[in-house]
Design a protein around this ligand. Structure first.
Ligand code: GUN
Length: 298
């Protein structure tokens, strides 16, 4: 059997189009209250090439959705106080509804302090403890973009996740932990596994839904997978190729696993495409909430 390939590129493009429609609607206003333009501020510290690529892509896609995009690039030796002052300015700026500080930050900066400085209402990464705590408490919250994307991709295969056995491999604040909470909200039965888990293969073999978010190239093998399972690969690992270039691989051994799984996301072209699309969704949702507008239809 060969798995159905979940086309993250296509699903992300459809989502971006729906966001653009909703942005156009909130910009028009309703004849009584004037329209608004959702705005996203992205802060990049330093010149990490991978981060530069992500930030450029966020900027382009934000503008393509009809939103305002504000980019702030700071040198990698910036004083923490200066970064915190920028965040304070963005918190006050009424044209900005979403603030994203690109991670990882240089080692000289305290990531926790920086994230805590973001207004939770503008925390489109869903990393502020207020949002993480609200999500864990089953309350409405801005949720991290990559896990939101994982849920949307899963729902392109299964209309309902109720009662399904899911395993999340990885427990990062950005992906694993919030993904567990979102799966619980969908009434899935969730196993949380990580680098210290024993008998990972046996745990995986019970799962109808497998989420690999560990950052270990091709760790999940074909004989770990229950036939017909849905496999969502969050990994983006750059491996040296024979010709001196780099090759992108996920946390899942795609060639093997796609022989057993029912559906699988490719790398690239799977989860990665969804993250920025979900960032646009979060920015739109944040803008509507800040202005007291009804929840958007995405
Ligand atoms: N670096 C890689 N992915 C992400 C993300 O989703 N948010 C932020 N802030 N930084 C990242």
């Amino acid at each position: 059997m060969t798995a159905r390939i979940i086309d993250g590129k296509l699903i992300a493009a459809e989502l971006r189009a729906r966001v653009a429609d909703e942005v156009a609607r909130v910009q028009r206003g309703d004849g009584i209250t004037p329209g608004i333009t959702p705005g996203l501020a992205v802060v990049l510290v330093g010149s990490d090439p991978a981060s530069q690529v992500y930030v450029r892509s966020k900027h382009k896609q934000t503008q393509a959705a009809g939103m305002a995009s504000f980019e702030h690039v700071l040198p990698d030796d910036v004083a923490q106080g200066e970064l915190l002052a920028l965040i304070a300015r963005l918190n006050r700026d009424t044209a900005v509804h979403g603030i994203l500080v690109q991670l990882p930050l240089p080692k000289t900066l305290n990531t926790e302090t920086v994230i805590n400085a973001i207004d939770p209402a503008k925390d489109v990464d869903g990393l502020h403890p207020n949002n993480a705590g609200r999500l864990a408490g089953g309350l409405a919250a801005l949720s991290p973009c990559t896990p939101l994307g994982c849920i949307i991709l899963t729902k392109s295969v299964h209309a309902s996740l109720e009662g399904m056995n899911a395993i999340v491999i990885g427990r990062s604040n950005l992906v694993g932990r919030p993904l567990v909470q979102l799966l619980l909200n969908e009434n899935a039965t969730v196993t949380i596994a990580h680098s210290r888990s024993r008998e990972l293969k046996q745990l995986c073999a019970r799962a109808d839904l497998v989420y690999a978010a560990v950052g270990k190239p091709e760790m999940v093998r074909g004989d770990w997978i229950k036939p017909g399972a849905t496999v969502i690969d969050v990994g983006i690992n750059r491996l040296p190729d024979t010709d001196g270039k780099t090759r992108l691989v996920g946390d899942v051994a795609f060639a093997e696993v796609s022989q057993v799984a029912g559906a699988i996301t490719p790398v690239p072209g799977g989860v990665g495409q969804m993250t920025v699309a979900c960032l646009l969704v979060n920015t739109l949702r944040a803008a509507c909430a800040i202005h007291g507008l009804p929840k958007p239809a995405v």
